[in-house]
Ligand binder design. Structure first.
Ligand SMILES: [Zn+2]
Length: 286
């Protein structure tokens, strides 16, 4: 292997990869078993996880922790279902907890305020690319193959959801609506595309903010956001055969004269079917 900086970095992280520790960790309690299972799951499906985490473009000028440590700490907070950064920090203050983390992952656990400082600077697209690459690996390894519709189509649910609502403007990009009595509410929504399975998995493939630009004539909306989301899906998964499951408000329902969806189909992955659910009616198009 040529000793490029990337390869040197890769060798460094492979040396400290999870695989070295998994066989030496013996679980004695259910909690330990979960931790060991988590390690083994990562080893099995994404043994190069540390390389991928380290390849996320680091926005910092000064770097105390590696990107792998920052992102791994962040992921672990969510895996542990911690209610807040403070709750995670309290666990981190427990010496045994911190030691177990290092034993399990071979990495230091950063303070969650440090993690937050990095995430504030980090380009959203970096994390979204990472997420898509991880899901693509699971798809390549046929983890979801048995859940395909008609034996070939991955089910992708697309829908909007609210993230936050406030009484006063929170930023320049807030959406806003005015009630009948003249009260203005400000809010943020996202449009999500999730890989779904009949046994209840819902795995994010791509996320698009529905938000206003600095200046605008008409507010951003689900229709415009769908086009951007479709572009993302096609970019991340260009040849993935999918069936989009969408509700009646999503602008991809087939028109009455054509089986072609109204917009977005040219942006979606090349082998896409649409299942549009509106009330009790369902429509198909290919
Ligand atoms: Zn805002």
């Amino acid at each position: 292997m040529v000793a490029t900086p990337l390869n040197q970095g890769r060798q460094q992280y492979e040396r400290s990869s999870l695989a070295e520790l998994s066989d030496t960790t013996t679980a004695k309690t259910p909690g330990q078993q979960i931790a060991v299972d988590l390690r083994r799951t990562i080893d099995h499906f994404v043994p190069d996880l540390y390389v991928r985490l380290e390849n996320v473009v680091d926005p910092r000028a000064r770097r105390g922790y590696t990107m792998t440590e920052i992102l791994l700490g962040c992921l672990f907070m969510f895996i542990c279902k911690q209610g807040s950064r403070n709750a995670m920090n309290l666990d981190r203050d427990n010496t045994i907890f911190a030691q177990n983390f290092e034993k399990l992952f071979g990495k230091r656990l950063p303070h969650m305020d440090t993690v937050d400082d990095v995430l504030v600077l980090l380009d959203n697209h970096e994390l979204e690319r990472l997420k898509a690459s991880l899901v693509a690996t699971l798809i390549e390894k046929k983890v979801f193959g048995k859940y395909r519709l008609l034996g070939s189509l991955y089910r992708v649910a697309v829908d909007g959801t609210g993230i936050m609502t406030v009484d006063e403007g929170h930023c320049a990009h807030c959406l806003k609506r005015e009630s009948k009595n003249g009260v203005t509410t400000y809010f943020h929504n996202i449009l999500e595309a999730k890989l779904i399975t009949p046994n209840g998995f819902a795995i994010s493939l791509a996320t698009e903010w529905i938000e206003n630009p600095e200046t605008y004539e008409k507010q951003d909306c689900e229709l415009k956001a769908f086009q951007r989301l479709a572009d993302k899906l096609k970019g991340f998964f260009p040849r993935l055969p999918i069936c989009v499951h969408a509700d009646g408000s999503t602008p991809i329902r087939p028109s009455s004269r054509s089986a072609r969806p109204i917009i977005g189909v040219s942006s979606l992955p090349s082998r896409t079917a649409i299942l549009s659910l509106s009330g009790k009616k369902s429509k198909w198009s290919f």
